[in-house]
Write a protein that binds this ligand. Sequence first.
Ligand SMILES: Nc1ncnc2c1ncn2[C@@H]1O[C@H](COP(=O)(O)OP(=O)(O)OP(=O)(O)O)[C@@H](O)[C@H]1O
Ligand SMILES: [Mg+2]
Length: 256
Amino acid sequence: MLLEIQNLTKRFGGLTAVSNVSFGIERGEIIGIFGPNGSGKTTTLSLIAGILKPTSGAILWKGRDISTLTPFEVAQQGLVKTFQNPQLFPELTVVEHMRIACHLHIKRALGLGRLRTLFGGLPADLEQTLSRKIDEMLELCRLKGQRNDEAGALSYGGEKMLGVAMGMVCDPELLLLDEPASGLGHDEITNLDAVLRDLKSHGVTLCIIDHKVGFLGRLADRSIALHHGAVIATGTTADVLANDAVIAAYLGKKHA
Ligand SMILES: Nc1ncnc2c1ncn2[C@@H]1O[C@H](COP(=O)(O)OP(=O)(O)OP(=O)(O)O)[C@@H](O)[C@H]1O
Ligand SMILES: [Mg+2]
């Protein structure tokens, strides 16, 4: 098992946002996470990515508990999360954002020696490697034509895709995507669908939150449904979406 979550709980004061959640992710899978607003989806992924610390429970990455690591240390292990609303710098270009996201590579390659690059720039071989990697990820995420556009000029779909490209440039083994399809139009969703399938064929394991039942229903091999912070169904995506408790959580008991 690549990732194993055991009895994960997160309380904010009196509110239990994630309650005793357990599930696993195998290498190469696409896992979907469903659930109505406020059901604990983002909190679960933020706990996995080290952005929040669990109240209790374990997060095992290749068998080792990573629940005390910082987000940077978690990313270094190969586990990267994108954000529900990417916070971009409107006046920086697409490629400049990609350079910022390369920090992990630069730190890994140069350690403290990277401080010298403030004056002299990056060593030529590292510069070349990063440029190649950035071009590859922009191509994969269909952003090559916009590489020199300012982030402020991107459509919402373009912004979200840049968030995915920035995550991908960190070389994740597991990419956690928080509602990549929300707010996108039909064509942008078709594009996202193709990009995510390409990421999978690149060998990346994906865990995707979404409300769009059709979109994630087509994409995810297996799914987990959350309600009030707890797991109410797991299994193949088709079974989870047909589950009475899941339908009731989304539409109310009458419809189930
Ligand atoms: N930092 C926080 N402090 C206090 N409460 C929080 C915090 N983050 C989330 N919550 C609460 O925890 C619950 C779960 O929130 P979470 O953001 O995980 O839901 P979600 O399933 O991602 O919802 P959405 O579909 O709206 O994005 C909600 O009741 C939310 O208000
Ligand atoms: Mg959320």
